[in-house]
Design a protein. Structure first.
Length: 208
């Protein structure tokens, strides 16, 4: 479990793992978890517990508030929607983010053991996939995971998730930061051995 760290002014991230996280005991979180399969409920409550730990560190008055999904499924703080929140899970790895006055998305991914050439082309285009072709399989899979976290973080901040076609977020292998429309993304390569990225952008507006 890491301590919260700032990735930009007013934007914080924290990471952990399901096994070591303190699960959320918030009534609203427990009610949502009750409808999930056991493994998913455990993951969900661990992620919400991590998010509430981050809120306790940066906006403690919001840590006990209700976290609810908007019509597209993106989590928001009911009492303070102008504070963006995001949670990510990947095979036991966890990450959570909070942004003051902005939308935010965070994504963590444990790399696959191997990546197909077609998937690499989808995420990186022909040129980017060619750059990876000469790498050992494990290294190429790790780089694809880094790219995917940044693309996913962008569409999670935007609120549309996969509907926004994250693979269309242009990105080159090895990139560390960039922009997708109004969203700035940062690959947190110096902070995490597991691929981890955060994106943040304009203030929250209600989805109608």
């Amino acid at each position: 479990m890491t301590e919260p760290f700032a990735v930009a002014d007013g934007v914080w991230v924290i990471t952990g793992d399901v096994a070591g996280a303190t699960p959320s005991a918030h009534r609203g979180d427990l009610l949502r978890a009750a409808a999930l399969p056991e493994w998913r409920a455990r993951e969900f409550l661990a992620g919400r517990g991590l998010l509430r730990r981050l809120l306790t560190a940066v906006r403690p008055e919001l840590a006990a508030g209700a976290v609810v999904p908007d019509p597209r499924g993106k989590p928001w703080l009911r009492a303070c929607p102008e504070v963006g929140v995001s949670v990510s899970h990947s095979r036991g790895a966890l990450a959570a983010a909070v942004a003051l006055g902005a939308r935010v998305g965070v994504d963590v991914q444990r790399p696959e053991s191997a990546v197909t050439a077609s998937f690499a082309r989808r995420l990186l285009g022909e040129r980017g996939a060619e750059e990876l072709a000469g790498l050992p399989a494990a290294r190429a899979a790790e780089e694809v995971a880094w790219v995917w976290t940044a693309q996913e973080a962008c569409v999670k901040a935007d609120g549309r998730g996969l509907a926004a076609r994250p693979w269309t977020v242009g990105m080159a292998p090895g990139a560390r930061t960039g922009w997708w429309g109004p969203y700035r993304w940062i690959a947190l390569r110096e902070r995490s051995a597991t691929p981890l990225s955060c994106a943040f952008g304009p203030p929250y507006q209600a989805v109608v």
